[in-house]
Design a protein around this ligand. Structure first.
Ligand code: FES
Length: 161
């Protein structure tokens, strides 16, 4: 974790406990997870007991205590999505990247996660790619979406090269 990036997240914020979730959201966005050493600094700066910071970090699904990829693919495996083909979606992504649910590609580009219900069962099967919900998704559509993200990443790398 780069301390300067955490310093810029904390900069200009009031050192109050009610800032905790916003700070954790910014850290998750910046680092793609919540580094332990960063959580200790946040606890001290905001005046929140470290155990409470860990509790909040564990409570919300949006936060991860282990490193995630730059992109997150979430497949709903709840009953309604399951019967409409969610296992094929999971297999498609897992096979595409050669990773299992809960894992991140070696280049830290993609993390695959499975959840039990996203709360929109009538729209299943549902997948979420970088926070965007895709309803009635098929393996083919999901593959296209992932390939589009990969192409965009490659273009971004060329620009910065
Ligand atoms: S089972 Fe997939 S959204 Fe509920």
């Amino acid at each position: 974790m780069e301390l300067s990036k955490l310093a810029s997240i904390l900069e200009g914020r009031q050192s109050r406990p009610d800032q905790l979730i916003e700070v954790l959201q910014d850290m998750q966005t910046q680092f793609h997870y919540l580094p332990e050493d960063g959580l200790r600094i946040v606890a001290e700066k905001l005046g929140v007991p470290p155990i409470e910071v860990i509790r909040v970090a564990n409570f919300y699904k949006a936060f991860s205590l282990t490193p995630r990829g730059r992109h997150l693919v979430t497949i709903c495996m709840g009953t309604a999505c399951h019967v409409r083909g969610a296992p094929n979606l999971l297999d498609t992504v897992a096979g595409h990247f050669n990773i299992s649910p809960g894992e991140t590609t070696p280049d830290k580009a993609f993390t695959l996660e499975r959840v039990n219900c996203l709360g929109c069962c009538a729209l299943g099967p549902v997948a979420v790619l970088d926070g965007v919900y895709h309803d009635h998704i098929t393996p083919g559509k999901l593959r296209k979406l992932i390939n589009a993200v990969c192409r965009k990443d490659k273009k971004g790398k060329k620009k910065h090269a």
